[in-house]
Design a protein around this ligand. Structure first.
Ligand SMILES: C[S@@+](CC[C@H](N)C(=O)[O-])C[C@H]1O[C@@H](n2cnc3c(N)ncnc32)[C@H](O)[C@@H]1O
Length: 294
């Protein structure tokens, strides 16, 4: 189906039209609860889903920000409702994503230890086929204040197909990844250039995913408390989508997935409950789309 036809189909759905927040040729942003909105999409709509769901870690703890003790409070959406209720939520949105993914599509879910094991278990129960667990190493992680643990300096990304199939059907741009990694097979521990002006050591280069926090210019329109670096999403999209892909992020945040999709000429649908984050996303996406057309 052409990009135009898909886009048209999305806005023609009356229930979706009501939740439409912003649109352009390349993207649609919807405001609302993903669980309710995903039901309105037809089965097999998307080539790829990237989800950076609530981590359930905003529970009165402390972290270190700019060298000072700071409360971990990402927002009401990140508060845990207890292990069982959190897991039920994870299972529900993963099931909704499984329905809207094409059989040739894949899902990526990013998370820390607070949520990622629940995600993996729910995927296994739902019948997803796990493809990889990528470790994203963060070299500039905050120091551990309690000094009772190792410094948390990584995040895991689970990559999976919606269903197991006798013959693997998903897109993996193997040659592109290998070329990006200097002709060697890319590993499941990732490194990308840090801020653009630092050289990576030979050990880190291409082999370990060490993308740091988003660059300053990625926050030019404002920021989100858990904003991902665009470089991380660029790699995810380049690795696992065809060039005309329609990408979904059911926890859009500041729209980083959409920004990467625009840069790479893919199409994008983002959903978030929060109006302020959607306004920020709209600015970022419009700028990325304009830049890609130049
Ligand atoms: C971890 S953040 C995503 C950050 C994003 N990856 C970025 O780079 O900016 C999760 C987002 O999910 C949204 N959210 C949480 N629960 C939701 C739900 N049930 N439906 C829609 N959005 C939700 C929150 O408002 C928040 O912006």
């Amino acid at each position: 189906m052409s990009a135009e036809a898909t886009a048209l189909k999305l806005v023609q759905q009356p229930s979706l039209r009501e939740s439409l927040f912003a649109k352009s040729d390349g993207y649609r942003l919807y405001q609302g609860d993903s669980l309710a909105l995903l039901e309105q999409f037809e089965p097999g709509t998307f080539d790829m889903v990237f989800a950076d769901p609530p981590y359930f870690l905003s529970n009165g703890g402390f972290t270190c920000k700019n060298g000072k003790r700071a409360a971990v409070n990402k927002g009401g959406w990140d508060v845990s409702r207890g292990v069982d209720e959190d897991h039920a939520f994870t299972t529900a949105w993963l099931k909704a994503c499984q329905r809207v993914l094409k059989p040739t599509g894949t899902i990526w879910v990013s998370g820390t230890q607070h949520v990622i094991f629940s995600v993996g278990f729910a995927m296994q129960k739902l019948g997803y086929k796990l493809l990889n667990t990528v470790t994203w190493y963060k070299p500039n992680a905050s120091p551990n204040l309690a000094c009772r643990y190792f410094t948390h300096s990584s995040e895991l990304l689970i990559w999976a197909s919606p269903k197991p199939a006798a013959k693997l059907q998903h897109t993996f741009n193997y040659s592109k990844m290998k070329a990006d990694n200097g002709g060697k097979q890319m590993r499941d521990v990732w490194a990308l250039p840090r801020t653009g002006d630092e050289e990576l050591s030979a050990d880190e280069s291409g082999r370990v995913w060490t993308m740091t926090a988003p660059r300053r210019e990625e926050k030019a329109h404002g920021s989100h408390p858990t904003q991902k670096p665009v470089s991380l999403l660029e790699r995810v999209i380049e690795a696992s989508t065809p060039e005309d892909a329609l990408v979904l992020d059911p926890f859009n945040g500041s729209g980083t997935t959409g920004v990467a999709a625009m840069k790479l000429g893919r199409r994008y649908v983002g959903i978030d409950m929060d109006e302020q984050y959607l306004k920020l996303s709209q600015k970022r996406l419009a700028e990325a789309e304009r830049a890609a057309r130049r």
